[in-house]
Design a protein around this ligand. Structure first.
Ligand SMILES: [Fe+2]
Length: 405
């Protein structure tokens, strides 16, 4: 019998009406940049109204003195309680509900299959926090996630506090705190000079940790990518526990307890010297951080934002920092490279990682990020490294590098 030709009906364009409405907005009155179709689909489902403008840009602080004070009293004297500290160590509620739990590399990254983040119970959220604290980053593909729900999860993980970025473009109508990872929506000049030959342009080196100049920098950070190119635009993360454990005992001793100097990505006017060029916020934090959930030490430096070490001359600091950055950035065994598919959520620990995008794409890449604020970074001299605590063979019993010569 001759095959019967079956014609598949074209899918109804579920966002045609919305696009027509948004295309009719008077651009002389409203600043509206249309996001990609998949993003519109997500927003339509979530009831996010873009007709008043997109993205939303919050009012910007003007002078460096004001920016330095932002969120200094965010905890109002109350200590941050990390949800990971409440979790069942075996994570039975989370793992029991998942279809699969797959570690992606030895030292960093786990993917959970078969769970929707929006449906997690508080107990499962606590266990997820513990898993992220241990594995640095956890991925969930095919998520049905509204920006509102993403914010709610972020508030939970941040013990009631998320970062409301005064610089970044945001999702409108959700009360702030859901920022956009979308090149087309950026107003700043950080990407100036970027090309495939010089992918990061400006003053960035690619590898960085988010918002390290904040008094209470983000801990759990959740990026949901709703639109991504088919090829390219991967993100890479590296483990700060393992980077620290790559140092010799003598070098560890040298940097334990030191404070690094961390700059903001943006620069601002100095109110005491209005003619001076704009300058960043600079804040001191420990170079080696103790993680409040695992108790492990993590190397907390990144080439883009760590600009000095308290008490050291700049040349001395540069020497030490350059070595630490190299260890972190060049050790492929402690890194992970993730290829996004639309609708993927990644929750990472900003206290124990560096990350960078791979700028090898030209298609649309749009995501929403919620950064949960954590504790004031601290160094506990009694804390251990991960290898020391778990007695990891091949790490603690490794010969001194100097001994090889
Ligand atoms: Fe980042």
């Amino acid at each position: 019998m001759a095959p019967v030709a079956v014609s598949t009906p074209a899918p109804a364009d579920d966002i045609a009406e919305l696009k027509a409405k948004l295309n009719a907005v008077d651009l002389n009155k409203v600043n509206l940049q249309l996001p990609p179709d998949n993003t519109l689909r997500r927003y339509q489902k979530a009831g996010i109204d873009l007709s008043g403008g997109y993205p939303y840009y919050p009012p910007k602080p003007d002078v460096v003195q004001d920016v330095t004070k932002i969120r200094e009293d965010v905890r109002d004297g109350k200590a941050y309680v990390d949800p990971g500290t409440r979790a069942d160590k075996e994570k039975k509620a989370l793992f029991g509900a998942a279809k699969e739990v797959n570690d992606l590399t030895t030292h960093i990254g786990t993917e959970i299959v078969g769970l929707q983040l929006k449906d997690l119970t508080d107990q499962q959220r606590d266990e997820l926090a513990l898993l992220v604290a241990e594995r640095h980053i956890v991925f969930f593909r095919d998520q049905d996630l509204s920006p509102q729900k993403q914010k709610e999860i972020g508030l939970y993980l941040g013990d009631g506090q998320i970062e409301i970025h005064p610089q970044a473009a945001q999702v409108p109508g959700v009360g702030g705190g859901v920022t956009l990872i979308w090149e087309a929506g950026r107003k700043d000049t950080q990407a100036k000079g970027r090309s495939f030959r010089i992918p990061y342009g400006g003053n960035s080196f690619g590898w960085h940790t988010d918002l390290v100049h904040e008094p209470y920098p983000p801990g759990y950070t959740h990026l949901h990518q709703d639109t991504v190119p088919k090829v390219g635009g991967d993100t890479l993360w590296a483990s700060g526990y393992a980077a620290y454990d790559k140092l010799s005992p003598a070098f560890k001793k040298l940097i334990d307890g030191l404070n690094g100097l961390y700059r903001s990505a943006h620069s601002y006017k100095d109110e005491t010297n209005p003619d001076a060029p704009p300058k960043p916020v600079i804040r001191a934090h420990p170079l080696v951080r103790t993680h409040p959930v695992t108790g492990w030490k993590s190397l907390w430096v990144n080439r883009s934002m760590t600009v000095g070490i308290e008490g050291f001359d700049q040349t001395e600091a540069d020497l030490l920092l350059n070595y630490l950055h190299n260890i972190y950035e060049r050790s492929t065994d402690i890194q992970l490279r993730w290829h996004w598919t639309p609708g993927t959520s990644a929750i990472w620990d900003n206290r124990s990682t560096i990350h960078t995008v791979s700028y090898d794409y030209s298609g649309e890449r749009h995501g929403t990020r919620v950064s949960s604020l954590a504790e004031k970074p601290y160094y506990d001299p009694k804390s251990k490294s991960k290898a020391e605590d778990l007695q990891l063979q091949g790490w603690i019993d490794a010969p001194d590098f100097a001994g090889r010569y």
